[in-house]
Write a protein that binds this ligand. Structure first.
Ligand SMILES: Nc1ncnc2c1ncn2[C@@H]1O[C@H](COP(=O)(O)OP(=O)(O)O)[C@@H](O)[C@H]1O
Ligand SMILES: [Mg+2]
Length: 267
């Protein structure tokens, strides 16, 4: 994954971003995937501030996941720029950016390792189990983990003797706990709760809200009720921001957000 990202970004410089990041700015950012005719993100300007939660909504293919990759420098903008406290990601050492980032991508790794490693893997912190349990608790997984044959030591690979398999929603919770364990200055969750039951999902969003003061948070979600926790919401359509405001602003704007909310409530 990192090699792949590095191969896409040969022109980066040595600038270091400082932790914690206070402000991330996107200025007229555009990005087109190689071989694609249309840009996936097309002229997006946004300011993200420490302590705030941004929610990103939009139909499939509107550019939400691509936007998360541009904010984190996994992809570099073709046009425009992304700056972290004034440092252009095109000039920044990606390691300094990713050290500050906790990203739960839509398709995340399900490591065939023990539960503990699935929480701590790749983290620049080495601590005891208390912090692992704290992260497990934060996503409402304590009972499930305690119910596994060997608790935190259970191997999450069913094909191996003594191993166990989790449900889709439980894997999502574990992926979220991995990001929370990191306590990142930038936390991004890309449709983190799509396979969870509504109660579990609500619990995770409450948790995200509770810890949002220390960091910049971005949540991508198709469940519009969840965006109530956000300080601001953007609606993406074909790579462009078509609406931007608070939940109440957008409910009353009579645009796509209000339409989608009505549809979701009809179901
Ligand atoms: N790795 C990729 N390679 C080529 N095209 C991609 C890739 N990922 C996404 N796209 C395209 O970019 C557009 C935006 O996709 P994406 O950012 O995944 O949207 P969303 O997350 O809102 O569903 C879509 O047209 C999609 O087909
Ligand atoms: Mg996506």
């Amino acid at each position: 994954f990192l090699d792949d990202a590095a191969a896409r970004a040969p022109r980066r410089g040595p600038a270091q971003v400082a932790s914690p990041v206070e402000e991330i700015r996107l200025e007229e950012v555009a990005y087109r995937y190689p071989g694609k005719e249309k840009p996936a993100v097309d002229g997006v300007s946004l300011t993200l501030r420490r302590g705030e939660i941004l929610a990103v909504v939009g139909v499939n293919g509107s550019g939400k996941s691509t936007l998360t990759r541009l904010v984190t420098g996994i992809h570099l903008a073709d046009k425009g720029r992304v700056t972290w406290d004034g440092v252009d990601l095109a000039d920044a050492d990606p390691a300094s950016v990713w050290r500050c980032t906790g990203l739960v991508p839509q398709i995340f790794a399900q490591w065939p390792l023990r539960v503990r490693e699935n929480v701590t893997l790749g983290q620049p912190r080495s601590m005891g189990d208390d912090e692992v349990w704290e992260a497990v608790d934060a996503v409402g997984m304590r009972d499930a983990v305690e119910g596994l044959p060997a608790g935190l030591d259970t191997l999450l690979a069913r094909e191996i003797f003594g191993g166990a398999e989790l449900s889709g929603g439980q894997w999502q919770r574990l992926a979220c706990s991995r990001a929370l364990y990191r306590r990142p200055p930038l936390l991004i969750l890309d449709e983190p709760t799509s396979q969870m039951d509504p109660r579990g999902e609500h619990g995770i969003f409450e948790r995200i809200k509770a810890i949002a003061g220390d960091r910049i948070t971005i949540v991508v979600t198709h469940r519009l009720e969840n965006t109530k926790i956000a300080d601001h919401i953007v609606v993406l359509e074909q790579g462009r921001i078509t609406e931007h405001g608070t939940f109440d602003d957008l409910v009353h704007a009579g645009g796509t957000f209000a339409d989608l909310l009505r549809l979701s409530q009809d179901r």
